[in-house]
Design a protein around this ligand. Sequence first.
Ligand code: UD1
Ligand code: CA
Length: 457
Amino acid sequence: MENCYGIILAAGEGKRMKSKLPKPLHKVCGKPMIDHIIDALKNAGVKDSIVVVGHKAEIVRSHLGENIESVYQEDQLGTGHAVMCCQEFLKNKSGRVIVLAGDAPLITSETISKVFEHHIENGCSATVLTADAIDPIGLGRIIRNAKGDIEKIVEHRDASEEERMIKEVNSANYCFNIEDLKDALKKIDNNNAQKEYYLTDTIEILKKSGKKVGAYKTDFVEFMAVNNKVQLQEASEAMRKRVLIGLMEEGVTIIDPSSTYVDMDVVIGMDTILYPGTIIEGNTRIGEECIIGPNSRIVKSIIENGVEIQNSVVLQSKVNDNSKVGPFAYIRPDSEIGKDVKIGDFVEIKKSKIGDKTKVSHLTYIGDAVVGKGCNFGCGTVVVNYDGTNKYKTIIGDNAFVGCNCNLVAPVEVGNNAYLAAGSTITDNVPDGSLAIARERQVNKEGWVEKKGIWKK
Ligand code: UD1
Ligand code: CA
């Protein structure tokens, strides 16, 4: 979009959130509200934007980093005052500016593009994004004249009984001609119920000075503002619906959207099925034809094609093609599960690499280990990686066979094609192709029970 700039208003305190976290940083589908809005602007092609910060500005700024410019509004004297703080930013600019509320994360880049087009086509000086609200309480009302043109915006607290009957509300998102906005801002005052400098007053000012003011009406969902935790949940719910619909349109099967939670930036391939109770977070990427869930949580991980993850938790790890995880497995950060691997029930893998075609079928802990290809772990194996102070590494070669109930006391190495007898506690390295037995020989004391006189008939 040529000659179009963006301003995001995010200086307000957000008292009703009752939170230590600044309001713009509260997450909706895993992504801070402010980032949703920044991305919507960027995706619409608005390249040069600024965020007005105020309350807990340092925390907000450190989150924004180099991503976007910001300006400090020391006292939050109203939305009009917030835009006045952008004087420097607007100084040598001409064209249009999109002003967005920093607490309404559902605005889409499509709507931003459309309002911009609408603004230009209609030769407007200002265009207000409006919507019909089911419950307009607390919001600014759109006052139209007999011809149906927008005349002004009246805040709820300043509105008459009659004006409060109006359902059409101000979304607090606008497109302005920069020159006209600058002129109008000089004329606003704080003679209102909240003693604030309202940005909304610029609409009446422009209209009265003979400028054309337009309204672009769309679905209220895009303007749901977050002022408290109830609205945070409502906005998240609307965003979640949008994310899931997007995935289904891309060919993902979702058995029960009401119990499926997928973060904004997750990518999932075609013909993958999400069963109920699935939670996928962070920048997770899942391939095609996977079966995820029921009841699984995957965080910041890469899951390749054809993988099954059932009733399990996978954190910051990678699972390669056609492997099966679970039910009831726990893959902890920095693990990599190879191709065609089986990680079965009650298995925990921590910071370990498991080679292709290896089977760890039940009741096993593997930590700080590198395991080769084609190995088999018997039930109840424990990698003893921690001596109470330090953690040590275990290396297991290809095609090793680990009998049931073995302990591998790290640091230790087991060679290729080595066999470990069931019940062994392995403390020394095992060479390639050997059988290691590390347990007491069995002794049978014949007649012992009878001699003790405890034989039961
Ligand atoms: C505002 C609109 C109202 C609209 C509603 C939609 C005004 C006067 N009113 O009301 O017509 O229906 O949004 O949700 O604009 N902010 C600053 N600095 C300030 C004040 C606010 O940066 O000094 C920021 C806030 O952080 C917030 C946004 O501006 O992100 C909106 O401010 P808020 O106080 O929530 O406005 P509302 O009273 O909800
Ligand atoms: Ca307010």
